[in-house]
Design a protein around this ligand. Structure first.
Ligand code: UT7
Length: 332
């Protein structure tokens, strides 16, 4: 009997049309293009502006993009995992609505929330279902409408985040391709540094919480930056070490796109040359659960069957980790 591994066999994505550039942000808050570019690497981000459209709108588009590219029948999908920190509603799973809308009538679905590591954790979960032999097609979607929780008068957060969605299909593989190893971590110390105070069970929404802006994202950027730099670099180095991967063995680094300086620090620790580091932060900013699948989508042409990919992420909570995956196909 051959071992079943869990491979990514298709990718899809969607970003909204509206572009918020650094130049426009300069007219909204006290900031400038030079500061944003040098401190974060971000030039522009996409926002879903249309009233009444939530995270599911982008998730559905990304899933439909994957379904048409890979020419699969949505009725064959067994499970949909919706990685998101911005569900359509606090209650009523967004993933379930997405499943119904895309015609995945035989799938069950649920949401997975681990802040900016939601998609990375979702990869682990999706792969485990496949490796167990229980399911054959698991659709993992990472989507966030960060603009719904950002205060566009707060220069510390509004310059960073954007909206977007990406999707990948996990299927069984018998050639040893797909997810090889994972190193996932979390630490509740992070709760104070990146959070939304109100709207949950501790502080339900009220006129007062809204007046105080407590329904928006708060981030102590400096502290998160410090933890992110060491956290992401540590796990990426560790996963290389325990899989006996040298810098020459690694073909691509796909790191959560939160800050170009954090990505560079991780790549440096791994000893990787710049051309192996996939980056699109300048176009989308930090799309939270969508950064990793958006990288896969944008650079799908470059990825070759058998390539060694290292994924890394860091997010609120804190949550962070690294995944080693062997790419399973050449794009047609
Ligand atoms: O995805 C989840 C995880 N999140 C992250 O990984 C984000 C981690 N943090 C960061 O990426 C960075 O901390 C930021 C990009 C958020 C901020 O960059 P920084 O280099 O850490 O800046 P800082 O907060 O230390 O601020 C430096 C200076 C301050 O001025 P003073 O006190 O030195 O006079 C800020 O007031 O820059 C000022 N500043 C700004 N200036 C222009 C802060 N925000 C801005 C801004 N434009 N938007």
């Amino acid at each position: 009997m051959t071992t079943i591994t869990a491979a990514i066999t298709a990718v899809g994505a969607y970003v909204p049309e509206f572009v918020l550039s650094n130049q426009v942000l300069e007219t909204m808050v006290d900031t400038n293009d030079e500061w944003i570019t040098s401190r974060t690497g971000i030039k522009e981000r996409r926002l879903l502006k249309e009233k009444g459209k939530g995270t599911s709108y982008m998730a559905i588009k990304a899933a439909q993009n994957l379904i048409s590219k890979a020419n699969i029948n949505p009725e064959e999908i067994d499970l949909i995992i919706m990685a998101t920190a911005t569900p359509d509603m606090p209650v009523a799973s967004t993933g379930v609505y997405v499943a119904t809308q895309i015609g995945a009538t035989n799938a069950f679905a649920y949401d997975l929330q681990a802040a900016c590591s939601s998609f990375l954790y979702g990869m682990s979960t999706a792969a485990a279902y496949i490796q167990s032999g229980r399911y054959k097609k698991v659709l993992l979607i990472g989507a966030d409408k960060m603009s719904s929780i950002i205060d566009y008068t707060d220069r510390a957060t509004c310059i960073i985040f954007g909206d977007g969605a990406g999707a990948v299909l996990f299927e069984p593989n018998h050639e040893g391709l797909g997810l090889q190893d994972e190193f996932l971590k979390s630490d509740g110390i992070g709760r104070e540094y990146l959070k939304i105070d109100a709207g949950g069970s501790i502080l339900p929404p009220s006129i007062e919480t809204v007046e105080n802006g407590q329904h928006f994202v708060f981030q102590d950027g400096k502290t998160v930056f410090k933890y992110a730099v060491s956290g992401m670099a540590d796990v990426s180095e560790k996963i290389m070490e325990r899989n006996n991967l040298t810098k020459d063995d690694v073909n691509w680094l796909l790191a959560h796109q939160a800050n170009k300086r954090i990505i560079d620090a991780t790549a440096n620790r791994m000893g990787l040359d710049e051309e192996k580091v996939l980056v699109n932060i300048h176009r989308y900013g930090n799309t939270t659960s969508a950064t990793l699948p958006l990288l896969l989508h944008d650079f799908e042409d470059k990825l070759k069957k058998g390539d060694n990919l290292i994924f890394a992420a860091f997010g609120g909570g804190f949550t962070w980790g690294s995944i080693y995956l062997k790419w399973a196909y050449n794009k047609q």
